[in-house]
Write a protein that binds this ligand. Sequence first.
Ligand code: VGL
Ligand code: ZN
Length: 194
Amino acid sequence: MKTRALVVVDFQNDFCPGGALPVPEGDEIADTLNSYIERFTEKGLPVFASKDWHPAQTSHFKEYGGIWPPHCVMGTKGAEFHPALRLPEDAIILLKGDREDEDAYSVFQAHTEDGRPFKKVLEDMSIEHLYVGGLATDYCVKATVLDALKEGFRVTLLLDAIKGVDVEEGDSERAIEEMRQNGAETITIDGLVL
Ligand code: VGL
Ligand code: ZN
């Protein structure tokens, strides 16, 4: 049996309303994300949760050459998971963007708290199929899904557990289309069969 895992991308305070780089209605996916998490946990399937995790000075931020206001600075409240997120105790936490010279939109650029790259962890656990939800559809979710497909993973995008920034109107819709064209499957919770 091919092993599957859930990947919850960047469901952090700074990406939710009231945060430093809010995704409009970003917090509204909390219940659906939690439902997916419960379903995976019930089946004993692994749950990964990534954190955007930046130093205070990084080329990712406007002030140092990037395009974003400061957000998800490591150790701050904004970088914590949104309080509505209910992760199992054995959720595997991934950190990304912690160098001063990288954007690290993709969870494939993340590592565990003890320094193991995401891809290595997936290989060690024989995981071949990723179910991806979280924030933001048009940045970190998209980059993660496209990298996963490139690396040969089967990918299912969770349409009811993602929200986008839409810097330009339609960015999220275009991102979903691009992920589909590259081979991502899409479901909503009613279609989840584990
Ligand atoms: C993200 C913009 C900047 C994301 C991270 O998680 O989608 N977006 N940093
Ligand atoms: Zn970031």
